[in-house]
Design a protein around this ligand. Structure first.
Ligand code: GEK
Length: 244
């Protein structure tokens, strides 16, 4: 999607590891970072396009919440040309959104795409046929997650679709440890050193708070979704689809 500058942000010893933020340094290496950190990332992005093809209704709205550099927006846009839909791509990181704007404008499309620099918890959702939360809910404070999902539910049209992709927590702890170790093995195979893996883990630990599949499904059901199911999992990363 864009130039792949290699992620080496955690390659040198950092002393006290700073809390992870989506700043300019992260933006510059983001495509490489996310591809080498999330097993199944590209499959999930591609599938967001597939779901868009199936669910996006004429003249409706699509929301890419936590859009980063617009990978999901591009996958959706590719599949809905000519439907008169509008895509709202939302992120609260200004440097992310600036770069996203330049990537999107380099790939012309007849689908109106609006970029919104906002907290996704503050966004008004309306006339929606597809809402995508690809690896973003995990960064929202736990106490705000139900209100966000409820807001999305109320803004979706009947038969509208919500996609939630997340890092997952597992119980019991032995299973959680196994799946985390398999994830770290994946990262080593992608060229990250043990130092990079452990410093990134320390940096992101309190910023990214994963929940279990059961917690996600219970929340979706209690917010009103009639159908909610995982459709993909690789180690401790997965994606769910929920239909209103
Ligand atoms: C992709 N979906 O390529 N409001 C708005 N944006 C937020 C918030 C919030 N409360 N919290 C975090 N973000 C993308 C990848 S990355 C995932 C998503 C990752 C934004 C944050 O600025 C970042 O751009 C994005 O959510 C998370 O499929 O880096 O692991």
């Amino acid at each position: 999607m864009t130039d792949l500058k290699r992620d080496n942000l955690f390659a040198r010893p950092l002393g006290k590891t700073p809390k992870f933020v989506f700043d300019q340094a992260v933006v510059e290496v983001f495509p490489d970072m996310i591809q080498r950190s999330i097993p199944g990332y590209q499959t999930i992005i591609n599938h967001s396009g597939e779901l868009a093809d199936r669910f996006v209704q004429t003249d409706s709205h699509c929301y890419d919440l936590g859009c980063s550099l617009g990978a999901s927006t591009l996958a959706i846009r590719d599949r809905i040309e000519g439907r008169g839909a509008t895509i709202y791509a939302v992120d609260n990181s200004a440097p992310m959104l600036d770069k996203c704007a330049s990537i999107l404008s380099s790939q012309p499309s007849s689908t109106t795409t609006k970029l919104i620099n906002s907290d996704i918890c503050e966004v008004q959702i309306s006339n929606a046929s597809l809402v995508v939360l690809n690896f973003t809910l995990q960064f929202v404070p736990l106490e705000q997650r139900s209100a966000l999902i409820s807001n999305i539910y109320h803004g979706l049209n009947p038969n509208g679709c919500l996609v939630i992709s997340e890092k997952l927590h597992f119980e019991p702890e032995a299973l959680n440890r196994l799946l985390n170790e398999l994830h770290h093995q994946f990262k080593r195979e992608q060229g990250y050193s043990d130092l990079e893996i452990s410093q990134k883990r320390d940096s992101i630990e309190e910023v990214l708070v994963p929940e279990t599949l059961g917690t996600h499904i219970e929340r979706l059901q209690s917010c009103g979704f009639k159908t909610a199911s995982p459709w993909f999992q690789c180690y401790n990363f997965g994606s769910l689809v929920a239909i209103k």
